[in-house]
Design a protein around this ligand. Structure first.
Ligand SMILES: CC(C)(COP(=O)(O)OP(=O)(O)OC[C@H]1O[C@@H](n2cnc3c(N)ncnc32)[C@H](O)[C@@H]1OP(=O)(O)O)[C@@H](O)C(=O)NCCC(=O)NCCS
Ligand SMILES: CC(=O)OP(=O)(O)O
Length: 322
């Protein structure tokens, strides 16, 4: 079954609500309208109501049944400020909270934290830092996770893979990289991928020596300790991880080499560049970044996203709320 048909059937009838803090962007409005029309979930748009209605009219989007909230006129703003200050435990004053919560991403994240929405999708306009910082500060990590990371589902036809961490941790150490691998394998299962995890490098099984390679070797060792039953191998070059004949030549005996479907990059530069190359040269659809390890589902978008990406990310985020 198509991944999104499967996710839609999981959330069907659950009346889940997803906050879209960039309510004035036509891609967001288009996706929200479609989600309502198809009765998939309830979007909550954040922004200036008059402006949102004006854009919707220009683009002929029907906003009936879509809730719009403007932080400037939110009736329970004071309650939200109180809860924010309580959550930030001395890190932000009431005065700071009053300003911060006028920001759509902070406001939207608080709706999710307070249980007034099931999830949030943002990042069509905002950078990843501005999108995820409120989530890191307010929602924080789920039990058993020391960090959050960001993965992409990469799909084309019948092919479906996961790439990580393409979004958050700039230069993870070995322990962090191992946790990213385990998190991504966990999420892969939610998206009907039976994970075989490759810990990527520019070296395969000792073919090159450097501190960067040693980090991946260490991470592989730690990941085995964290998840002994998980098929995972490293360090592997991408060709050794993906192409069966190359895997057999460069990493004979490996159960993962040549058959990997979850690719863990050594740091953010290669991961972010890698997913965009697969997307733009390779014609893969890139769904994400999916934030892994957060206590509540919040997803980022690439600023290069289109309406379809927003629509799919909202469905996926809702499914993560179950
Ligand atoms: C994610 C990112 C924005 C966080 O950086 P930051 O805002 O400087 O974060 P700070 O170090 O100030 O930490 C802010 C909070 O987030 C927490 N945090 C930061 N990184 C975290 C992580 N990976 N997992 C969990 N919590 C994290 C901190 O503990 C801190 O919490 P606190 O305020 O309660 O103490 C930063 O790592 C980043 O810019 N990453 C790259 C994003 C990017 O450009 N990606 C490419 C495009 S997708
Ligand atoms: C995920 C990502 O790279 O986001 P952006 O393109 O918005 O920087």
């Amino acid at each position: 079954m198509d991944l999104f048909d499967s996710l839609k059937s999981k959330i069907d009838g659950k009346n889940l609500t997803i906050v879209l803090p960039e309510g004035e962007d036509p891609r967001i409005l288009g996706a929200a309208t479609r989600l309502v029309k198809e009765n998939i979930l309830k979007p909550i748009l954040i922004g200036d109501e008059t402006e949102i209605k004006k854009i919707a009219e220009e683009k002929s989007f029907d906003l009936a049944d879509i809730q719009i909230l403007d932080p400037k006129h939110y009736a329970d703003f004071e309650i939200m400020v109180e809860k924010f200050v309580e959550r930030r435990k001395g890190k932000n004053t009431k005065e700071q909270a009053e300003t911060m919560l006028l920001d759509n991403n902070y406001f939207g994240t608080m709706l999710v934290y307070m249980g007034l929405a099931d999830g949030m999708v943002s990042g069509a306009i905002h950078s990843t830092g501005d999108t995820v910082r409120p989530a890191l500060q307010i929602v924080k990590t789920a039990p058993g996770n020391s960090r959050i990371s960001g993965s992409f589902i990469m799909q084309k036809g019948d092919e479906r893979y996961m790439f990580a961490d393409c979004a958050i941790n700039i230069n993870p150490n070995a322990q962090e990289l191992a946790e990213i691998a385990v998190q991504t394998a966990h999420d892969a299962k939610l998206f009907d991928i039976d994970p075989k995890v490759a810990m990527l490098s520019f070296s395969t099984k000792g073919s090159a020596k450097s501190d960067d390679v040693t980090k991946v070797v260490e991470a592989t060792k730690i990941a085995h300790e964290l998840a002994p039953d998980l098929p995972l191998d490293g360090e592997l070059q991408f060709d050794a991880a993906f192409v069966p004949s190359v895997g057999a030549q460069k990493a004979p005996g490996s159960k993962v080499a040549g058959h990997a479907n979850v690719f863990v990059f050594p740091e953010l530069q290669s991961a972010n560049i890698g997913y965009k190359i697969a997307q733009r040269f390779g014609g893969f659809e890139a769904i994400g970044p999916i934030l892994q390890g957060l206590a509540k589902p919040i997803s980022d978008l690439s600023r290069g996203c289109n309406e379809e990406d927003v629509y799919k990310s909202a469905i996926l985020t809702a499914a993560l709320a179950l």
